[in-house]
Design a protein around this ligand. Structure first.
Ligand code: PEP
Ligand code: MG
Length: 582
């Protein structure tokens, strides 16, 4: 239905502009177009040698910038986002692209002009392809074009300014034809409440970043979006995939009430989060937090985490310039343990390698780093590194229980060797030799051999991020496959079932510390499969506890068993939505 209405909303469907939802949530705000001033390059160059050198220097500068952004995303555990910037670095080195720019420079064009034309030509070719995913990649090339032009501009280019807020609490729904990844790094999140795009798809790189930012995002809104002007009041509804322009009082009230209800629910969940959670039929589920720093530890306590289910120690040292000494490990872990005020903490030993590279290690490049020297395997070439950490951890005096978690264990011999090493180091230091040692279940072999591992491990923590990567053979940092990297895949669920069954034979408990634990649709499934601890980002603790309290364990158990027989992650998600509506 079209409504005849003067003003910017004229001619729009009454039920909003339909798009594709790329990230959920509702935001009410003022539309503002992202207007970027990419410097316009002069066409003519100032000498072939000078232009060549200018391009080389600009590409090197962008490469360093991308490396930094990729590292920062890794530190935030935003794997797919890190992968996007890593992929941009690879594009930057594309010999065909460089050759095309080089040819134009040799023909007398400026570096900026040559690079822009080369990226535009390649992007045009991709855009014309029938494969939507290839077309989405055109945005990446245009992004690199822009970055290089900015780097070549004499004084760089000024960052985009957002308009001053019109009123208290006024937020922006930021619009673009299509955002590129570099647009979204450094976005003022206190002002931007949603992203809307005329083009793009749900697997576009901007969409991946929006999901990680945690704000609603709509794509493919088409020319109807382009007709809206700055200052238009809008409702971006990432749940029903619609953008409402100039909403009437009725719609506005409904949206405001939905936003308010959500906020009230969050507040109520937070208040209730400080008590332990059990299912309706009385099965206690520990809801813990994943942390990587002292700030995270404080945040975990503030959000009602029962414990720390995963301390990613490598994040403490990723940006250092030398291997941490035992005393560094003690100091950082002691501070975190103190902040936890008696709560238990599971400290994972350094999980460096693959997606968590630490430059100071100067590790030799590997063809398949995810299948190489990562996690405890690193000790094969750098035994000192883990020994120092274990010595450091054993010296921590915590008021709550401290447990050690070993990443990337794939068979029982490895676990036995590490247990022995920990005992020896504890004896050397005169500390408790019986400190609890658990195994990360993230390699399929460990899930399949869980009964053997359970004989010698005190507990398991399932790393669904890696377990999904290795079970489905999908690189967790490969943004093109991000949509298929789903831990609710029945093959991954069968791995989880094998783990809990193996653990039960020896009376061990099983937690999940991968991102799946914080997915509301997955919570009932994990509980049903016998998981008794869910370790999630601190901000998710209140919502996960609320979800647990609404479940019946018996019902979860029965239905989870049925899910294992479904053929795809999509089928599992559909069933979960029907069984346990969020
Ligand atoms: C996992 O693999 O699921 C996990 C929790 O560890 P990380 O994401 O640090 O590899
Ligand atoms: Mg892992």
């Amino acid at each position: 239905a079209l409504i005849a209405q003067p003003g910017p909303g004229a001619g729009l469907p009454a039920d909003g502009i339909p798009g594709v939802a790329a990230a959920p949530g509702i935001a009410i705000g003022t539309l503002h177009w992202w207007r970027e001033t990419t410097p316009e390059p002069a066409e003519a160059g100032q000498g072939i040698a000078a232009e060549r050198e200018a391009l080389r220097a600009a590409l090197a500068a962008i490469d360093a910038q991308l490396a930094h952004e990729s590292e920062a995303a890794t530190a935030r555990r935003a794997g797919a986002e890190a992968g996007i910037f890593a992929m941009h670095r690879a594009l930057l080195e594309d010999p065909a692209l460089q050759a095309a720019a080089e040819t134009m420079i040799a023909a007398g064009k400026s570096a900026g002009f040559a690079w822009r034309e080369a990226t535009r030509a390649e992007a045009a070719m991709l855009s014309a392809m029938a494969d939507r995913r290839m077309a989405e990649r055109a945005a990446d090339l245009l992004d690199l074009g822009k970055r290089v032009l900015r780097a070549l501009a004499p004084a760089g280019s000024a960052p985009v300014q957002l308009p001053a807020p019109a009123a208290d609490g006024d937020v922006i729904v930021l619009a673009a034809g299509e955002f590129t990844p570099s647009d979204l790094t450094g976005l003022d999140r206190t002002r931007v409440a949603a992203l809307v795009m005329a083009r793009g798809g749900p697997t576009s790189h901007a969409a991946i970043i929006a999901r990680q930012l945690g704000i609603p995002c709509l794509v493919a809104l088409g020319s109807a979006l382009e007709r809206l002007q700055d200052g238009t009041p809008v409702i971006a509804d990432g749940d029903s995939a619609r953008l409402h322009a100039c909403p009437d009082a009725h719609l506005l009230a409904a949206a405001a009430s939905a936003v308010r209800l959500r906020a009230q629910q969050r507040e109520a969940d937070l208040r209730a989060a400080h008590a332990a959670a059990s299912t309706r039929d009385g099965v206690p589920i520990e809801v813990a937090a994943n942390i990587g720093s002292l700030d995270d530890a404080r945040n975990a306590v503030a959000h009602g985490a029962d414990a720390v289910g995963l301390l990613r120690t490598e994040l403490l040292f990723l940006h250092g310039d030398a291997a941490p000494a035992a005393a560094d490990h003690t100091a950082s872990c002691q501070a975190i343990a103190d902040a936890l005020q008696g709560r238990s903490a599971i400290v994972r030993t350094l999980d460096i390698g693959a997606d968590k590279d630490a430059a100071w290690l100067h590790l030799p490049a590997e063809d398949n780093p995810a299948l190489g020297l990562r996690g405890v395997r690193l000790a094969q070439v750098r035994p000192q590194l883990l020994d120092d950490q274990l010595r450091g951890l054993l010296a921590v005096r915590a008021s709550g229980p401290l447990r050690i978690l070993l990443p990337m264990v794939s068979e029982v011999g490895e676990l036995l060797a590490w247990r022995e090493r920990i005992r020896a180091l504890a004896a050397e230091a005169g500390t408790d030799p019986e400190i609890e040692v658990g195994v990360m279940i993230e390699v399929p072999s460990a899930a399949l051999l869980a009964d053997q591992l359970a004989e010698h491990a005190d507990f398991f923590s399932i790393g669904t991020n890696d377990l999904t990567q290795y079970t489905l053979a999908i690189d967790r940092c490969q943004p093109e496959l991000a949509a298929r990297m789903d831990g609710l895949h029945p093959a991954v669920l069968r791995m989880i079932a094998a783990t809990t069954e193996g653990a039960a034979r020896h009376g061990r408990w099983v937690g999940v510390c991968g991102a799946l634990a914080g997915d509301p649709l997955a919570v009932p499934v994990l509980v049903g499969l016998g998981v008794t601890e869910l370790s999630v980002d601190a901000g998710l603790v209140p919502g996960v506890k609320a979800r647990v309290r609404a479940l019946s364990h018996a019902d979860c158990r029965q239905r989870a068993g049925e899910l294992l027989r479904l053929p795809s992650a999509a089928a599992v998600r559909d069933a979960c939505r029907r069984y346990w509506p969020a």
